[in-house]
Design a protein around this ligand. Sequence first.
Ligand SMILES: [Fe+2]
Ligand SMILES: [Fe+2]
Length: 375
Amino acid sequence: MRDDPEGVSYLPPTRALRIRFDTAQALTRLFYREQSVVLACGGWTPRVAPLDHKAELARTAWESALAADGLRERVFELRYPSRFLDEQAEEPAAASPDDLRTLVAGLRDDYAGYLEAADELADGPSIRIVAAALSDKQRQEAALAPVELTDEDPARDPRYFASSFYWPDVLDPTYPYGEGVALQVRSAVSHLNEVWAVDTAGRILHELSPELGWEFTSDAARWLYDESRHMLMGAERLARWGFEPAQIPLGGYIYEACAGRDALYRLGMLGYFETKNIGRKRERARAFHEMGDMTSETDMEFDWADETLHAEYGRRWLRRLLEARGADPESWPAVLEECELLVQARVARATSDDLERIRTCADDLIAAAGYPSRP
Ligand SMILES: [Fe+2]
Ligand SMILES: [Fe+2]
């Protein structure tokens, strides 16, 4: 008991607590640092060559976006009924991959410090968010390789057979899509070549987030992560079947088609070209089922589930971007028409040599799988 000067007695404090508004401010600072991680990962994805480095940046972007989302919602709860974040005091710099690793290590330390000081009864919901974020940061710190940025745009994994057009049918519509083994191989090569979607998702995340705000950043980070999983599905199946990367074509003509153009078109490409075969995917999954290829079937089924989400992202964010730029949100079909023209123009620049190279590569790949493509 404590006596005050008036002679009244009070009970003493029983726990040392951080006050509610200080907690909100601490979580806000963590949010901005996670946001910097997400944006840096997106910007560097097209500039690192090894597929596993692209995939690690994509995963780090997604995990960090989940942490940031949790932190942001928690700040809103703590400030109820207001729903705002303090202005960002300073932009945490992540100008190089080394800065990114420093940022990740700093977040890991500060999450650990937060958990030590936090009070379970007062702040249990934050503890849950911070504990999950801490375990992600520990994983990222171990997994983020010292990545090397290249000037080539997009950076391509040099272990693979470089060909902008990753299958002959893009240039020669008479080249068969294939059945049986050829279909299995073609489908895995398509998955691998979603590398263009990975690079595109990273680009739009980085370039359009300032215009579209956090909710876009969060969707784009998931989009980026999903495309990186689709890419790895292809890489993994081809590796398990015993193919060497040098036998496997790796391209990116859709990404290249947008060179020098506004990120609006990259968003159009990702929202449209990447999802337009969505109906085909279930059909393919059934064909793989009949062949007893459970891996291709299941990869395709999960890919399909992701694509239904992506189709929605594409529709929503293309409209919002047009609106943000003072254009009619319903004018999106004109953007897609322009995307179609950009792809046609890229295809038109292909040479007969390009076609011959990719035809030979594809024929050899299918022959190596024990299935001759030419009668
Ligand atoms: Fe995909
Ligand atoms: Fe997609």
